[in-house]
Design a protein around this ligand. Structure first.
Ligand code: KE4
Length: 422
């Protein structure tokens, strides 16, 4: 057995499934996961000293690549002053200023410790603000492991073949209306029947937890108009897309303004973070001002703030988006041409530095299409490319990420590996 296998065997005796997050377990692609001992730039170094070109980027945060010197220095400087204070600190004000500056819809922001906490708090805030109970979500969207949102969820839930979770009382799930993404009529009809009961729509504006699905023209604007008409809260879950597609996320790209935004990942620079931002009038319903309780021992932690401020400052000053977009276009076009030359049906939706591979004859515009794609083909390509030193997410229900640390050589290696893997 190699080092990763030894570690995994030991881990399985001590940690459920041997992992601290299910999607890492390789359950949908088979085999046992490699263990990473170091990450630098666009590369992971495994416990067996294999170097891998990384397209997971720790599920999104590593937009600058791993171990960026400015992020490392920022953490070290903060560490010298202590790890946690439990009082307000200057870094929290700086982080709030940055987020309010770069995210179009955010007038006020509350920090927390994960994307799950962010979506959970946003839902509670919308219910407290409107006095209503029902929430609309979309099949295949994943918003973290929030009880009321683990209904037809994507990411690790569908990867394990169970989009609904045990342990969630049906009374919770009953308040969640699940609709197909990209079907505006279904949303319109739901509002017609339940309009005055609906607290919010929560949506990944570009769903990236069942592969990557892009909105049909007019769809997001339609959600915005319906929420405005029925005085429901529109929540964009930009935990994945925030700061990734542009510094202002999908709402900057599309000009569509949500009432609340759930954020995370990139604004932690690799450390635990989440945030809820939005209209001041709604945000002021959070305690201690308002009646909606939300809290966290380590919320606004100085180390996570330092790393996140460094990450956001790099995005502001270096603006890697043209480079990321060009890389995304190059890879997506390369995958398509290789598959086309071999007569293999492949869909490669791509936006900026996000893309995925659906082995499917037809474009994928909703969760059912994603489920119908050929997962066995993905599984085979995943392992062959991994053997060639290219690490795609270990599930066809995930999205690939490119970082600013990837190089032309990395892309060439990736396309060569793909060519000899399909
Ligand atoms: P966390 O609680 O994992 O920080 O964030 C939950 C979350 C919320 N919203 C969106 C759109 C997300 O993509 C996520 C988490 N993303 C997954 C990857 N698909 C995290 C990976 C994992 O679960 O280990």
């Amino acid at each position: 057995m190699n080092q990763s296998q030894v570690l995994f065997e030991k881990a399985q005796k001590l940690i459920p499934g041997g992992v601290n997050s299910p999607v890492r377990a390789f359950r949908s692609v088979g085999g046992s996961p490699f263990f990473t001992k170091q990450a630098k730039g666009a590369k992971l170094i495994t416990a067996d000293d294999q170097e891998l070109v990384d397209y997971v980027c720790t599920w999104g945060p590593a937009i600058h690549g791993h171990d960026h010197p400015k992020i490392r220095e920022a953490i070290a400087d903060a560490l010298a002053k202590g790890t946690s204070f439990g009082t307000p600190g200057p870094a929290e004000v700086e982080m709030a200023e940055l987020i309010c500056e770069v995210v179009p819809s955010v007038e006020k922001v509350r920090m927390c410790n994960s994307g799950t906490e962010a979506t959970m708090s946003a839902i509670r805030l919308a219910r407290g603000y409107t006095g209503r109970d029902k929430i609309i979500k979309f099949a295949g969207c994943y918003h973290g492991h929030v009880d009321s949102l683990l209904v037809k969820a994507g990411s690790g839930a569908i990867t394990l073949g169970n989009p609904d979770s045990a342990g969630v009382p049906s009374s919770f799930a009953e308040q969640t209306i699940v609709l197909p993404y990209n079907n505006l009529e279904a949303v319109t009809e739901t509002f017609t029947n339940h309009g005055d009961e609906i607290a919010a729509i929560i949506v990944e504006p570009f769903p990236a937890n069942c592969g990557l699905i892009l909105p049909l023209p007019g769809y997001l604007q339609g959600l915005r108009d319906l929420c405005t008409k029925h005085q429901s809260v529109l929540i964009f879950d930009e935990v994945m897309t925030g700061f990734r597609l542009s510094i202002g996320g999908v709402q900057q790209e599309t000009g569509i303004t949500p009432d609340l935004t759930a954020m995370g990942k990139i604004i932690g620079g690799g450390l635990p973070v989440g945030a809820i931002g939005g209209k001041g009038e709604i945000m002021d319903y959070f305690a201690p001002l308002g009646p909606v309780y939300q809290a966290g021992t380590l919320s606004g932690n100085p180390l996570a703030m330092a790393a996140g401020i460094a990450s956001l400052t790099l995005l502001k000053h270096e603006s890697p988006y043209n480079r990321l977009n060009n890389f995304g276009n190059t890879l997506a076009q390369g995958f398509r041409e290789i598959a086309n030359d071999k007569g293999i049906p492949l869909q490669v939706p791509q936006t900026g530095s996000m893309y995925c591979l659906y082995f499917s004859d037809n474009p994928v515009t909703n969760f059912d299409h994603a489920i119908d794609s050929k997962h066995e083909s993905f599984k085979s390509v995943f392992h062959k490319m991994l053997d060639k030193g290219v690490y795609l997410p270990p599930s066809s229900y995930e999205t690939c990420f490119i970082s600013a640390a990837h190089t032309d050589d990395d892309l060439d290696k990736t396309l060569d590996a793909f060519k000899s893997s399909i």
